[in-house]
Design a protein around this ligand. Structure first.
Ligand code: SF4
Length: 443
């Protein structure tokens, strides 16, 4: 039976030390009761307290860690069906398959590409999270060792043959790889191997009933860190992943209380990108793909970034003066709002223009240009005040100000009420900025 916040509170240290990120032990207890935090998020709870509470207070979807200390990838411990109910917590990890058919040299080169697949986007770094290494080669242990040596990211050992997976996992158990995957034919054997090596195990069932049965069998062998594995079978897979998540969150159904993963099978790279994005949204914690090109990876990564953004927190950057590219006294000055997507779009295009520029960021409570204007969060007066407060006039000799093309209406008022003598209406869209700035100073 679920514990109440008060029952949980009784077993906490009651020091209100805030190390869990919450102001009081009572606040923490209430969140544990609501399944929004795990008991283990309190680093000070005693062993007796843990023992008394752990089963009843365990999160409905287990947290599973893949990889050694220092480069761990985490999935699970999700708390809601829909992002708007609270937020999704652990972004889906993209895993690149390293086929068994590749020579050692080619496999190493592909792993290197996965290591280097890192993309900055709107203030965050997007990267490939895992290498999914097929180990059914002539020497599975050697392929696993090669992967461990070359990969800078955690590993999934992929195979259907128990002996090959056993050799591979025993060769690199210290890397804490995920074993992918057990099914009805070998779940008990692989669960024993995974339990002995203390690594997580992915399990596939031909339907949800069988899957629940197999996770229970793995648990009997001492396995706790399990991942539910699904094949990409279109709508049926989405239904299955949704039912599994609902059973775990709403019914506390422990045999399906694990994170999910999927191996995308598509007949074209375009379709792989589409399916990867769809399955990331509902509800795969890991998506294995074949593509390695940025244009194949980025659509999935961008979808994940968007889905996992916290909808309860406005996405803002600090309202201050930003100096892009080392601007000087003759550099352009422009302003934008503090909505992150707006700021990073503008800043990225300014960088691309190679014209060093000052960007004044105006506090608009995280709204983009038009929304801020429509919601009365920005005015010519506020822009003038912000520019004065950020003292950009002390850094440049000219008095030309570029304003967003969506706010031409500010032009006259800024010219009339500030020292900025020439207000230039800039582009409406960030992507037009490079061509626009190339004309500086003859705008
Ligand atoms: S970390 Fe533990 S002891 Fe400290 S406030 Fe949170 S619940 Fe209380």
């Amino acid at each position: 039976m679920a514990l109440t916040g008060m029952q949980i509170y009784k077993s906490l240290p009651k020091t209100n030390c805030k190390d869990c990120g919450l102001p009081t032990c009572m606040a923490f207890a209430m969140q544990v009761a609501a399944k929004q935090r795990a008991l283990t998020d309190c680093p000070h709870i005693s062993e007796e307290g843990k023992e008394a509470l752990s089963d009843a207070s365990a999160p409905p979807i287990r947290l599973v860690k893949i990889g050694p200390e220092g480069k761990t990838f985490e999935i699970g411990q999700e708390t809601v069906m829909f992002r708007h109910e609270e937020r999704f917590h652990r972004p889906t990890g993209l895993a690149i398959r390293i086929p068994a058919a590749l020579s050692d040299e080619d496999a190493a080169a592909m792993i290197e590409r996965a290591n280097k697949s890192v993309f900055p986007r709107v203030g965050a770094i997007l990267r490939v999270a895992l290498c999914a290494v097929e180990v059914e080669t002539a020497d599975p242990a050697a392929r696993a060792r090669l992967a461990a040596e070359k990969s800078e990211i955690p590993l999934i050992l992929v195979g259907g043959k128990t002996e090959a997976l056993k050799a591979a996992v025993e060769a690199i158990a210290d890397q804490k790889p995920l074993i992918y995957r057990a099914d009805a034919s070998n779940v008990e054997a692989l669960a024993e191997i995974a339990a002995a090596a203390k690594v997580p195990l992915a399990i596939h069932g031909k339907n949800l009933e069988e899957l629940a049965d197999l996770t229970a069998k793995a648990k009997d062998k001492g396995m706790e860190d399990l991942v539910l594995s699904f094949l990409s079978d279109g709508g049926q897979t989405i239904r299955d992943m949704t039912v599994a998540r609902r059973a775990a969150l709403k019914k506390q159904f422990r045999p399906l209380g694990y994170p999910s993963m999927i191996e995308v099978q598509a007949d074209s790279p375009d379709m792989e990108g589409i399916l990867g994005g769809v399955f990331s949204a509902k509800y795969a914690g890991i998506v294995i793909v074949d593509g390695v090109e940025p244009w194949e990876l980025l659509p999935i990564m961008v979808t994940v970034q968007d889905v996992y953004t916290n909808p309860q927190v406005p996405n803002t950057v600090e309202a201050k003066l930003y100096e892009i590219g080392g601007p000087g006294e003759n550099s352009p000055v422009m302003f934008t709002t503090n909505f992150s997507l707006t700021y990073f779009s503008v800043a990225g295009e300014v960088e691309r223009s190679k014209v060093p520029t000052y960007i004044v960021v105006v506090e608009t409570e995280g709204l983009g240009v038009l929304n801020a204007y429509a919601g009365d969060k920005i005015s010519a007066e506020l822009v003038v005040k912000t520019i004065a407060a950020q003292k950009v006039a002390e850094k440049v000799k000219h008095r030309k100000l570029i304003i967003p093309g969506l706010l031409p209406i500010f032009r006259a008022e800024i010219e009339d009420t500030s020292e900025w003598e020439q207000v230039i209406i800039g582009p409406e869209s960030a992507r037009e900025i490079p061509a626009f700035l190339q004309k500086w100073p003859d705008l």
